[in-house]
Ligand binder design. Sequence first.
Ligand code: CP
Length: 314
Amino acid sequence: MMNLIGLQELSRQRMIALLDASERYLSEDGQVITPAEDRELLREQTFALLFLEPSTRTRTSFDLAIQRLGGRSVTISGQGSSLQKGESAADTCKTVAAMGVDGLVVRHHDRHLPHVLSERMNLPVINAGNGSGEHPTQGLLDALTLRRHFNSGEGLSGLKIAIVGDIVHSRVARSDAHIFSALGADVLLAGPRMLLPTEAQLDAWPARVTTSRKEALRWADAVVVLRIQQERLRGSVVDPHRYASDWGIDQSVIEQYMSPLTVILHPGPVIRGVELSDPVIDSPQSLIWRQVTHGVAVRQAVIAAYFGPREERA
Ligand code: CP
């Protein structure tokens, strides 16, 4: 059974194949397209989107991607489902599978859930975010956005990429660091000490760390900015005003430390005025809206590869 659980389990070759397949769903000027021959790829098939943690971008783009490929989707959210009556997430997924859907896209706070499902289910599973584990389609779309912006060939060789903010609680940081490094980029993790991996945890990260915003921003060709995952902080609180002052990026920080050629990415949702200021989000250096568009193309490619007809599954 083909499952997409994390980028750490994929070879470099497989990641490049998925990025190349995503290009099929983007026009030269970066709009999402679906070639006529792909519009019935998922005909008569229904997929369940189990978003048991909140989502706007990932859920909507998976839904759009399925529709654009001719499939149907049903969405189950945490709110209003029998999870609220005490059912386990695994049983909720099993219940939906028993109704005859053809594949599952799952987001949940439990890091182990996608692995459990992939072992127990006889249908393909795509991980749309497992707690602070991985967010593989976000990693792919971030790599695609950088590859297209820098026109860097099949990978990201020679690029210097800083991931800035709440690293330790971030599934995006894990998937990004892994794919960026696998594709040849040099990766630097930057943030306050309490939001960085410890020395012992660093073995699992293909990256080095710094607690200096200035060092990271001066060094990088691209900066991936992350939100503080307040929902995963368990008691320890980060003051947003202090964080904005020490780690936020506004126009004056850009002028002080960054080259005008350095680009800024953010997986969203952005907390405006904390990690990025309003003008920076919409500035020419920001690739944030392009990331959102690329998310649909990447998810079309992933769905075709994992849920498509068997002969299409790469
Ligand atoms: N980047 C991302 O996962 O956004 P959502 O939480 O809105 O899906």
